[in-house]
Write a protein of this length. Structure first.
Length: 325
């Protein structure tokens, strides 16, 4: 599907026109939980807490954030799958956790994204970046690959094992004929600290994790998943310019609920999220994290899930990666 970036005012207006009075009628009477698969302080956690604050009193009387890290975010997904289908348990995650992990962890992923969940909304779109230590003598992906080949290989840190950035890095390495070794960390901050210390050669993560260090001169962005350069990263080379135009450009951050949740509650949750993202505290916070606010309907989010599911299968297969052995 083609994504149309609507203004905050337009997005809210469409939700209001489509759902007159529905959000009020379907608002929950009990506390709602937003379950996330990362520890406190991570980028997803930051956004989930801001979103919970805005949903409090509009979607449910209380909305709390529950951190369920583990198994590359899959413990959180499994806990929501097992929850009652009453709209009170909400999963907030990057879409690849649903659309890609069944291929990365084929034996240990215990959920079917199309069967076990109902997509409620897309909240934002997030792109990826590659960064190196400023002392590294490269300024682009093309230069990094040549430098890595001359060294006989490099190490790098993805956000979590099996993440989109992990798979994309492996595919880049495969095509370039370079050895990339993934180094696992418990969260993005330790990886960034080791990059600054020169313990690893490169990080491949969401742009929001790179920007603070780049502004402080502690990391040098060299690559972007976006098709064009960005003002915040003026010297970073788009992957398309390095010969990798067919790799994913971004990932949606999505909200979903257990299968069987009544459609009225799903639509009410979508409308509440549209109102929340329209608030400057949410939309501006997203932009500060290099995330583009973009609220999509349940149907449009489900269509993107189907598209991503078809996109990731051949990419993962080409890398030969299988976390289950």
């Amino acid at each position: 599907m083609s994504l149309i970036r609507l203004s905050r005012r337009t997005t809210l207006g469409l939700a209001s026109l489509a759902l007159p009075g529905l959000a009020r009628a379907a608002t929950l009477a009990q506390t709602a939980r937003i379950v996330i698969g990362v520890p406190p302080g991570a980028t997803t956690d930051t956004i989930a807490r801001v979103l919970a604050e805005q949903l409090r009193g509009t979607y449910a009387p209380q909305v709390i954030v529950e951190n369920r890290p583990g198994a590359s975010l899959r413990l959180a997904v499994e806990s929501v799958k097992a929850a009652p289908a009453d709209g009170a348990t909400i999963l907030f995650c990057p879409m690849p956790v649903l659309s890609m992990f069944p291929f990365v962890f084929p034996k240990t992923t215990r959920y079917d994204p199309m069967r076990d969940f109902v997509m409620a909304a897309t909240v934002a779109m997030v792109s990826y970046g590659l960064a190196v230590n400023p002392r590294t003598p490269v300024n682009s992906v093309t230069e990094f690959l040549a430098w890595a080949k001359a060294k006989g290989g490099v190490n790098f840190a993805p956000p979590v094992p099996g993440s989109p950035q992990h798979m994309m890095a492996m595919e880049i390495a495969r095509r370039a004929g370079v050895e990339f070794t993934a180094v696992s960390y418990r969260g993005g901050q330790p990886a960034m600290q080791d990059l600054v210390a020169g313990q690893i050669d490169m990080v491949f993560t969401v742009l929001g994790d790179i920007l603070p260090l780049a502004r402080g001169g502690l990391a040098r962005p060299i690559g972007l998943s976006t098709p064009t350069r960005l003002p915040e990263f003026p010297t970073a080379q788009p992957l398309a310019d390095a010969g990798f135009a067919d790799l994913p450009v971004d990932e949606p951050w999505v909200v979903c609920v257990p299968a069987g949740t009544p459609p009225a509650i799903v639509e009410a949750l979508n409308a509440a999220i549209a109102r929340a993202v329209d608030q400057p505290s949410v939309s501006d916070g997203l932009r500060r994290l290099e995330a583009v606010p973009l609220v999509l309907s349940p149907a449009a989010t489900a269509e993107r899930l189907r598209k991503d599911f078809a996109t990731w299968q051949p990419i993962v297969a080409a890398t030969g990666f299988n976390a289950d052995g």
